[in-house]
Design a protein around this ligand. Structure first.
Ligand code: UDP
Length: 324
């Protein structure tokens, strides 16, 4: 039996594919390569296809014995989602319905879904726990919350079992340097700071220095991509054991400010570079830190690379030779 990885050519999906394959699990990656990279699929089988075409995903279930699905495929640019909500609701919500339909008609009842801390919107306090209100402030976060709700209803009506994993800030790269983060356009802080450190960009801009935080810059909870990966593997095991559906935060329960990330990059790379203090980026909450007690207690999850310098070190190793 195989694990189907939708979006397995992307940043997080490709790391999970490597981890599952290394464990001896058979994987099938399904990706439209709009943002994913063919070169990132170094393990398992690969099918190029698009969830917007029901027949393409149904053909995968006809060809392979799919035991469970991991669903990473989504658009994830918050700013773009505000300007083009239709693109986000079609891709992130409607395409997911096609996937769920294919699962249903082929009797596949287990799915691990990539959700996000963006479903919480502006939290009233941190660390954020799973029971806190989910009031997303942008279409991206809303699209992910809608899928969580759909999963809830499908579980009740059709017996689907799911785990929704609400990621905080995914960061870092494969410790062995085979794969890593590569977005076009790149908007994420750590790769952009590494670009500044390596001279690929003239500077790094700090979006906002007047937040009510310890140094005025935004605080985020950076979580290593392989720690997200290990949570997926535990979630799969959890569903395979017949446990009940649920939602889990995945963070380090530790906030790092933008200025602290920049400092960590200086330390790890040994390079200095210009830092420009800039305006706030619209839609950015001051502080997002995830409480992950539930994932630790219920899934038995223990992040391995919690230290920001280790995260930056792995990202830097990848950044220097970036193969795609
Ligand atoms: N950020 C920044 N400069 C940049 C890119 C990001 O100051 O060039 C800040 C951003 O405002 C946020 C934090 O870094 O507070 C993390 O942003 P990122 O886009 O990496 O992730 P997000 O929190 O939006 O998911």
């Amino acid at each position: 039996m195989a694990v189907l990885i939708c979006g397995g050519a992307g940043y997080i999906g490709s790391h999970v594919n490597k981890m599952l394959s290394r464990m001896g699990r058979e994987t099938v990656v399904f990706d439209n390569l709009v943002y994913g990279h063919r070169e990132a699929v170094k393990w398992g089988s690969f099918i190029e296809g698009d969830l917007k075409n029901p027949e393409e995903i149904e053909a995968v279930f006809e060809k392979y014995p799919i035991e469970a699905v991991m669903h990473f495929a989504a658009y994830a640019y918050v700013g773009e989602s505000v300007i083009e909500p239709e693109k986000y609701y079609r891709n992130n919500v409607a395409c997911t319905l096609n996937l769920l339909h294919a699962m249903r008609i082929h009797g596949c009842d287990k799915i691990i879904f990539s959700s996000t801390c963006a479903t919480y919107g502006e939290p009233e306090r941190v660390p954020i726990t799973e029971g806190m209100p989910q009031e997303p402030i942008n279409p991206y976060g809303k699209s992910k919350l809608m899928v969580e709700k759909i999963l809830e209803d499908y579980a009740k009506a059709y017996g689907l079992r799911y785990v929704a994993l609400r990621y905080f800030n995914a960061a870092g790269a494969d410790p062995e340097g085979e794969i890593g983060e590569s977005h076009d356009p790149e908007t994420h802080l750590i790769p952009l700071v590494l670009d500044a450190a390596s001279g690929r960009r003239p500077d790094i801009k700090v979006f906002g220095t007047d937040y009510a935080t310890r140094d005025g810059s935004c605080i985020r909870d950076y979580i290593h991509v392989n720690d997200l990966g290990s949570a997926h593997i535990l979630a799969l095991d959890y569903l395979e054991k017949g446990k009940e559906s649920g939602c889990f935060n995945l963070g380090n329960e530790k906030g790092t400010s933008v200025l602290e990330v920049i400092e960590a990059v200086r330390k790890v790379t040994g390079k200095d570079f210009p830092v420009t203090l800039a305006e706030r980026r619209p839609g950015d909450p001051a502080t997002l830190v995830g409480g992950s007690k539930k994932a630790r207690e219920v899934l038995g999850w223990e992040p391995e690379y919690g230290d920001i310098e280790t995260i930056v070190e792995h990202a830097w190793k990848w950044h220097q030779k970036k193969m795609f």
